[in-house]
Design a binder for this molecule. Structure first.
Ligand SMILES: C[S@@+](CC[C@H](N)C(=O)[O-])C[C@H]1O[C@@H](n2cnc3c(N)ncnc32)[C@H](O)[C@@H]1O
Length: 211
């Protein structure tokens, strides 16, 4: 099996097993959880604030998972919300969570690189996604093709405080490969966008790029 399809299969298997525990992280939105995982909540808040800048935007959520970001994005006025995700277990949670929004929601199961998606979209989100992506240039290329407005994406970066434990937990214990990024690398990857803002968080970058 080529390297990237092997890692895609490992990521799918990881989220088949971990769908509930990942989804549950959002339930613990109390002060301690915010302190432990500020990135999880900051990235969702940025996504919602960008949605509010548009009038009834179309939103593509790449690796949108269980719809924890989709729900407030739809409440903020997205007219069309498409969650494309590898994991059936994550999409099952999204289906339940987003049922009340009816036909404003489309759930697409598959690898983002090859999934059939009808664009363009005003906004493309990729939150907690690039951690698992072996070939970032290909994925950012497809995002750029599908995005007519703004991208909001998060990217982990290596830190000596969290990095080794994270690598051990994901790659050795859970057999799920993960990847890190640097700011110059991100500026190069998004060079075709006219404006790029990168906020270097405690353990990861939060990026907004506009056409
Ligand atoms: C950490 S979860 C983040 C979910 C959601 N974006 C959030 O922030 O709540 C990452 C998601 O990316 C999905 N994913 C990883 N690689 C993918 C790929 N190549 N194509 C589609 N989805 C993928 C996983 O199945 C998982 O649901």
């Amino acid at each position: 099996m080529p390297r990237s399809s092997e890692s895609t299969a490992q990521v799918r298997e990881h989220f088949r097993r971990k769908a509930f525990s990942f989804d549950h992280l959002y339930d613990e939105e109390h002060a301690l959880q915010r302190l432990l995982r500020p990135g999880l909540f900051n990235r969702r808040e940025l996504a919602v604030s960008v949605v509010r800048e548009y009038e009834e935007p179309s939103v593509l959520d790449v690796g949108g998972g269980s719809g924890r970001v989709g729900e407030p994005v739809l409440e903020a006025g997205a007219a069309r919300y498409v969650d494309v995700d590898l994991s059936e277990a994550m999409l099952d949670l999204a289906r339940e969570r987003l049922a009340r929004f009816g036909d404003r929601v489309e759930l697409v199961r598959g690898d983002f690189l090859s999934a059939e998606l009808e664009g363009p979209f005003d906004i493309v989100l990729a939150l907690g996604y690039f951690d698992y992506i072996a070939d970032a240039p290909a994925h950012i290329g497809r995002i750029a093709e599908l995005c007519s407005g703004s991208v909001v994406a998060s990217f982990p970066r290596w830190t000596w405080t969290k990095g080794p434990v994270r690598k051990l937990r994901y790659e050795v214990i859970n057999r799920c490969p993960i990847f890190d990024y640097t700011e110059p690398q991100l500026r190069e990857l998004f060079r075709e966008f006219t404006s790029i803002q990168i906020d270097p968080g405690r353990s990861g970058y939060l990026l907004r790029a506009d056409r």
